[in-house]
Ligand binder design. Structure first.
Ligand SMILES: C[S@@+](CC[C@H](N)C(=O)[O-])C[C@H]1O[C@@H](n2cnc3c(N)ncnc32)[C@H](O)[C@@H]1O
Length: 338
């Protein structure tokens, strides 16, 4: 079993993305998930998972309980170690004391300590019991019923690469208002299936925010946009990150690709606020959904509304849907379609 340390505010969406890199992903506690198996190379590409660790066990959210858990654990490792303790969502524990106490248990068992470059890193993660919003509640949890927090111990197995800030929209050579944040762009690319040997299409690519992340996750990328300005700008952005691409000026409702020719489609539909819309919004989204269904078995659509009727009419089934409040008057709906 593995422990996943999630990032961001929405655990359900983080778990959905983590399923692109792990099997048997399930909720463990706020900010934490468990998994049966992981692909360490894919974990490296995740946006909303920080780390995956080989789970030693779980116990109450207390230093003494963590110490006992480690003392009783069978450890088939040798060499140098470091202990890293972390509090998730406000869990109340002294992390320095945890690191000292667990470190001394390991020293007693014959390990040496190396804080810079250890052979093994022991993760002690403490999560508060407070649930985060009704959408995140599992069916067995009654709202308002306090439960104890949890401590999890595990050996670090893989970590994601945290270089997203360097690709903020304003850091890219071509910037336009409405460009997508690289964390969300990476996550939806992963959910759509971006990986080595897979092809991802964004038929409304704008500045290429999603394509950059899909390309860096190892996928072949194809993009289209009705505006020359955007295809030129997206080209500049993709080239800047050394990504090979196929970009053309075109209409998302008429993409010149064969049936089933790409693995996943991602698009961030215009909201009718900032981005230039060719024609009316409704026929555009309906047409793009139908065209996506013809070309790919899977799609992830981001929009300012669920577009439920259009999704169904195009022949898609909604596998998952997430809502993210951006600000007072804008909520983003992320629909995972299959
Ligand atoms: C919300 S923006 C996409 C932003 C993009 N995700 C990014 O990070 O820059 C929507 C894009 O759809 C494009 N668009 C509008 N109508 C289109 C159509 N019929 N076919 C293709 N693209 C279209 C717009 O030019 C705009 O660039």
């Amino acid at each position: 079993m593995y422990l996943l340390e999630l990032a961001g505010e929405g655990d359900a969406f983080a778990r959905c993305e983590a399923r692109s890199a792990a099997t048997g992903v399930a909720r463990l506690a706020p900010g934490l998930a468990s998994a049966r198996g992981i692909d360490p190379r894919r974990i490296r590409t995740l946006a909303y998972t920080h780390r995956a660790s080989e789970l030693i066990g779980t116990c109450e959210c207390e230093v003494d309980a963590a110490r006992l858990l480690l003392e009783l654990a069978g450890i088939e490792r040798e060499g140098s170690v470091r202990v890293r303790a972390r509090r998730v969502r406000g869990a109340d524990v002294d992390t320095q004391r945890v690191e000292r106490e667990l470190g001394s248990v390991l020293v007693e068992r014959g390990f040496s300590v190396d804080l810079e470059d250890p052979d093994h890193e022991l993760r002690a993660v403490f999560s508060d019991s407070t649930e985060q919003g009704s959408a995140e509640r599992s069916s067995g949890t009654q709202s308002g019923t306090p439960r104890d927090g949890i401590c999890t111990l595990g050996w670090l197995a893989a970590a994601s690469r945290r270089d997203f800030a360097a690709r903020a929209p304003t850091e890219k050579p071509f910037f336009q208002p409405g460009s997508m944040d690289p964390l969300l762009a990476r996550a939806i690319a992963n959910v759509a299936g971006a990986a080595q040997g897979k092809t991802i299409l964004d038929p409304m690519c704008g500045t290429g925010g999603v394509l950059v992340e899909a390309g860096l996750a190892g996928a072949q990328v194809i993009g289209a946009d009705t505006q020359w300005k955007m295809t030129r700008g997206a080209r500049e952005n993709l080239a800047h990150y050394g990504i090979t691409f196929n970009l053309f000026r075109g209409d998302a409702t008429r993409i010149p690709l064969r049936e089933g020719s790409v693995d996943g489609i991602v698009f961030d539909a215009p909201y009718g606020r900032q981005s230039k819309i060719e024609g009316e919004l409704k026929p555009l989204v309906e047409g793009a959904l139908a065209e996506a269904h013809r070309i790919a078995p899977r799609a992830v659509v981001v929009a300012d509304r669920p577009w439920s009727d259009a999704v169904e009419a195009a022949g898609w089934t909604v596998e998952d849907r997430f809502e993210r409040r951006v600000h007072g008057s804008l909520t983003r709906y992320i629909s995972v379609l299959g």
